[in-house]
Design a binder for this molecule. Structure first.
Ligand SMILES: *[C@@H]1O[C@H](CO)[C@@H](O)[C@H](O)[C@H]1NC(C)=O
Ligand SMILES: *[C@@H]1O[C@H](CO)[C@@H](O)[C@H](O)[C@H]1NC(C)=O
Length: 323
């Protein structure tokens, strides 16, 4: 009797301890890392809030670099993916969220009507980012190589009025003659100098941002985590159906999430090809080409084609199709 009472008391105390939160419940849910200031990350926010029902998905500030520690999955441009993969061969690109043909805007008043006219000019972009890759690749296609123009650093502006140290203001003040970066800064640059004065260049086959979702091979090997990630990819894919086909449903949410005015957002929407993007050989080819450039810029040996093929793991997407 005393023994029974003792074990009942033990059970009771253990239950109270759990109820009071002395023992944390097992960790649930996915941690999703991205930059919540850019358009490209907004499908992840939408998925977390509206589409992923398997358990919970929570935002972590970061990107692909976070998947080794603070997050399970992360969103970032392919440029950051490649930079990380160079030293983390267990990272995997599992889904293409959006492809963005970046634009470069130049001031016609500075005598710029073709890309070749950028020789000797001051061109704004952000060092070490996908935007710098875009600007250099675009200019090189017209024979304007590094050293043939002056690269100027500055900041992005997402909503007018733009600060003095941002590219649209620098363009208007003639401190730079052109700049190339992600939206909505280029749109605001065009509006700052007036559409009639703006020469706009864009070439998706030369360079487009391939903003993707990443996970580690280790977490994809863990059955429980993999199952959640597969369900997340399915939910994300449903989000992108809405972004592609029913943007009127998302403009207001996206605009307020990143601090962009809806009319400006609508003007740049068509430059965003919402996923699912290809995970096939064409993506490998594209990464091989970008890696030639990146490895030189980062002063390291290029990742081999075989390793780049391993970087892309389409099996999660294939599993998501079966759900
Ligand atoms: C885009 O770049 C490719 C490769 O250099 C070139 O063949 C093509 O003509 C360019 N397209 C435009 C619209 O300039
Ligand atoms: C993702 O969406 C596209 C377009 O609606 C569809 O064709 C594809 O089957 C979907 N993939 C998954 C994994 O649900």
């Amino acid at each position: 009797m005393q023994q029974l009472f003792g074990s009942l008391l033990g059970l009771l105390l253990a239950s109270i301890a759990v109820l009071l939160g002395f023992f944390p419940p097992p960790a649930l849910g996915l941690k999703v890392a991205y930059n919540n200031a850019w358009i490209e990350g907004t499908p992840l926010a939408w998925t977390n809030k509206n589409m992923y029902k398997t358990d919970t998905a929570t935002f972590v500030s970061g990107g692909v670099a976070s998947i080794g520690g603070t997050a399970d999955i992360g969103g970032n441009a392919e440029t950051q993916g490649l930079k990380q993969y160079a030293t983390h061969k267990n990272y995997r690109l599992i889904y293409v969220i959006v492809e963005v043909a970046y634009r470069l805007v130049a001031n016609k008043a500075a005598g710029i009507n073709t890309l070749a006219d950028l020789r000797g000019k001051r061109v704004g972009t952000m060092p070490g980012t996908s935007a710098e890759v875009f600007v250099r690749t675009l200019l090189a296609s017209a024979g304007v190589n590094q050293g043939d123009y002056t690269q100027v650093s500055g900041n992005v502006c997402m909503r007018a009025p733009c600060g003095a140290n941002t590219f649209p203001s620098q363009l208007k003040a003639k401190q730079i003659d052109a700049f190339g970066i992600w939206e909505t800064a280029v749109e605001l640059g065009i509006e700052a100098i007036g559409e009639a004065n703006a020469a706009v260049f864009q070439n998706a086959s030369l360079y487009r941002e391939i903003y993707s979702l990443y996970a580690t091979a280790d977490s994809l090997k863990d059955a429980a985590t993999r199952n959640k990630i597969v369900h997340y990819v399915k939910a994300l894919n449903q989000t992108l159906d809405v972004f592609r086909n029913e943007p009127d449903k998302v403009y207001a949410t996206v605009g307020s999430a990143i601090g962009v005015d809806v009319p400006v957002l609508k003007n740049v929407w068509a430059d965003h090809a919402w996923g699912p993007g290809s995970l096939g050989e064409d993506l490998v080819d594209y990464l091989v080409r970008e890696e030639q450039y990146l490895s030189k810029a980062d002063k390291r040996s290029p990742i081999s084609r075989a390793d780049l093929a391993k970087f892309i793991d389409s099996s999660v997407y294939e599993d998501a199709k079966k759900l």
